[in-house]
Design a protein around this ligand. Structure first.
Ligand SMILES: Nc1ncnc2c1ncn2[C@@H]1O[C@H](COP(=O)(O)OP(=O)(O)OP(=O)(O)O)[C@@H](O)[C@H]1O
Length: 250
């Protein structure tokens, strides 16, 4: 498999206080990685550094072999817009725009695909995530789960190489969490590489690999293999992950 992302000797400090220390890992195309760890261990900082939302203090981040840690702000925004998708705990959709307009907006901004292709992608994504019927609704008129599904569609409109999520299910109830995770697993099966930060072991059990951060360094990794919708297998995955997390003192 091709290496999509490579993190080399990554350090990050805030005002001289070290937060990330010598982080090294590689992400292959098609992986689904969950980053876990105690509160304050540096999970979000790591996600922001590898996705270009923040700058490492030192070290390299290679996207398909190209070092993105040294790009100018303008070049980095271009990479983020065209090659990366982002979802957060809250959807951050724009008020006064419909669900559909929120989804297509980054498509028009990136200017890679034609207007027709963008609208077609939006239709496919809304259909896939089950929000087509609310496409013309104002964002105040839909549920939290529907908003998060719209945020996923928006993140995927430019067909990014990689989708980053910071606690993407953190504000959802268990039903909506399951729906969002089903969508993420489907997108991943279709080829999009995913990296999320989560506190939720059930959510992390959907990933193919779990990275555990402790005090700003990688403590351990667990390979779970690709998620499949098979109940007995999934109970086993959850059990394996839970006992591994216990060993990490989580
Ligand atoms: N912009 C910043 N300026 C100063 N310190 C920061 C900044 N961002 C994060 N930190 C510090 O870096 C450390 C790691 O924070 P980070 O948010 O990455 O941890 P986390 O593992 O994601 O935590 P949580 O699970 O609570 O969200 C914390 O001590 C935090 O206070």
């Amino acid at each position: 498999m091709k290496i999509l992302l490579e993190v080399k000797n990554l350090y990050k400090s805030f005002e001289g206080t070290p937060v990330l220390k010598d982080i090294n890992f590689r992400v292959e195309e098609g992986e689904f990685i969950a980053i876990m760890g105690q509160s304050g261990s540096g999970k979000s900082t790591l996600l922001y550094c590898i996705s270009g939302m923040d700058r490492p203090t030192s070290g390299n981040i290679l996207l398909y072999g190209k070092d993105i840690s040294k790009l100018s702000d303008k070049q980095m925004s271009e990479v983020r817009l065209k090659q990366m998708g982002f979802i957060f705990q809250h959807s951050y959709l724009l008020k006064n725009l419909s669900i559909r307009d929120n989804i297509v907006l980054p498509g028009f901004k990136a200017n890679i695909l034609s207007r027709e292709q963008i609208n077609q992608n939006a239709n496919i994504l809304m259909e896939k995530t089950g929000i087509h019927s609310v496409g013309d609704h104002d964002i105040k008129m839909v549920s939290g789960g529907q908003l998060q599904r719209a945020a996923i569609c928006r993140a995927l409109i430019n067909q990014p190489d990689i989708l980053f999520g910071d606690e993407p299910t953190g504000a959802l109830n268990s039903g909506a969490t399951k729906e969002v995770m089903n969508i993420l697993n489907e997108i991943n099966h279709q080829g999009t590489t995913i990296i999320i930060v989560t506190h939720d072991a059930k959510v992390a059990s959907r990933a193919s690999r779990v990275i555990f951060l402790g005090d700003g360094a990688i403590h351990d990794e667990l390979n779970l293999g690709k998620y499949e919708e098979i109940e007995e297998k999934n109970l086993y995955r959850e059990k394996k992950l839970t006992s591994w997390l216990e060993r990490q003192d989580f």
